[in-house]
Design a protein around this ligand. Structure first.
Ligand code: NAI
Ligand code: MG
Length: 349
């Protein structure tokens, strides 16, 4: 039975980087011996110009059916706004996994910085379907002029299920979990989190747990990123901390992600967005998409071998063949050249 992948390249650099993700997925399937069936759908601005919809009924139907059948994943590029929130909400993709590691030998990273980030291998577990992003919005006029508010909301169920994912991931990794919060300023919301965290800490007694206020967490990440294993964060803080971590290791373009629901259905995408200023130039870094494919191989297909093969190929390739964001003063390769170099390397390993 083939693994079905719905490919949604989207806008900006989305199509360029997703093309390389697909190239590497196809190579992995060939080398590791499994079948992949791909279906492409236009989404985002391009789709809107064409049809008046950011995402077509047909694409949503394919996702609905794929989720029900349990044999389908989404490989996503990037869009400016609407459809990604819709997909996250429609499929309850609350568990956002964002691994971050350092890559030795990138010339864009100074030796001093390399020393700080060396050995970094962490996982941000970000809640993805609640928080201010989905909170109640209100607007009005008052003595201060126009006002607007958007609520930070969490209930026990939402906090518990993402915290359980984080503990579970920590147990499979180096057994350390750090919670990023802001209990001192946003007390009521975080008392909900602490209420569900206490019993989980007991249940996962083998996982070492600590916590930081999110502002200090940002500083600690800059100072000693290699000390962290799994970082649990609500939606907004996780968004910011993971981009910070991307900047730390050299480029946002290096980071992959998986967004999963309780049925194992997942959307795999680079952490970055449409990067409009570099779009269409064949210079964007495709590693975020390529490593998202690696995550898909493990989480959706159960192919740890394919995940490891892709990761080793990336690790071996990018110090020598780097796109402009990570090449520093050295020569840069194009998006397509890097994707092809990774696929070629996979055949040699
Ligand atoms: P962005 O991630 O697109 O870009 C941030 C910075 O990182 C820019 O300097 C960009 O050139 C650089 N960058 C990003 N990806 C790169 C890559 N693969 N290779 C080399 N450099 C890369 O974030 P920004 O500029 O804040 O947002 C641009 C648009 O993307 C917005 O419309 C935003 O809403 C959307 N967005 C979409 C996301 C999604 O579809 N999941 C996620 C984040 C942003
Ligand atoms: Mg973001």
């Amino acid at each position: 039975m083939p693994m079905n992948v719905i490919v949604m390249p989207g806008d900006g650099i989305g199509p360029e980087v997703t093309r390389e993700g697909v190239r590497v997925l196809t190579a992995a399937a060939e080398i590791c011996g499994f079948d992949v069936a791909l279906r492409h759908f236009d989404i985002g601005e391009a789709a809107f110009q064409e049809s008046g919809d950011f995402i077509s009924e047909e694409a949503l139907r394919a996702c609905d059916e794929g989720q029900a059948a349990g044999d389908t994943s989404i490989l996503f590029g990037a869009v400016p706004s609407e459809p990604i929130g819709l997909l996250r909400e429609r499929y309850d993709l609350y568990a956002n996994l964002r691994p971050v590691r350092s890559y030795p030998g990138l010339s864009a990273v100074s030796p001093l910085k390399q020393e700080v980030i060396e050995g970094t291998d962490l996982l941000v577990v970000r809640e993805l379907t609640s928080d201010v992003y989905y909170g109640r919005q209100r607007q009005g006029h008052g003595s201060g002029g126009e006002w607007a508010s958007q609520e930070m909301y969490y209930d026990e169920h939402q906090a518990r299920r993402i915290a359980a994912v984080a503990f579970e991931q920590a147990r499979r990794r180096r057994k350390r979990l750090t919670f990023a919060h802001k209990t001192n300023a946003i007390g009521p919301v975080f008392s909900v989190w602490w209420k569900v965290l206490e019993p989980l800490r007991e249940q996962y007694g083998d996982v070492e747990f600590d916590d930081f206020y999110v502002d200090n967490m940002a500083a600690q990440l800059c100072l000693r990123p290699a000390d962290f294993d799994v970082i649990l964060a609500p939606n907004l803080f996780g968004d910011i901390l993971s981009d910070l971590a991307g900047g730390l290791v050299g480029s946002l373009g290096l980071l992959p992600s998986a967004s999963l629901n309780d049925r194992g259905f997942g959307l795999y995408e680079p952490v970055s967005g449409t990067a409009p200023t570099i779009a269409g130039k064949n210079i964007a870094n495709p590693v975020g998409s390529i490593l998202s494919v690696a995550m898909m191989c493990e989480h959706a297909f159960g192919r740890v071998d394919a995940r490891e093969l892709i990761e080793s190929a990336v690790l071996a390739t990018i110090p020598g063949r780097a796109t402009a964001d990570i090449s520093g003063p050295g020569p840069a390769v194009t998006t397509a050249e890097l994707g092809k170099a990774v696929a070629d390397r996979m055949r040699e390993i």
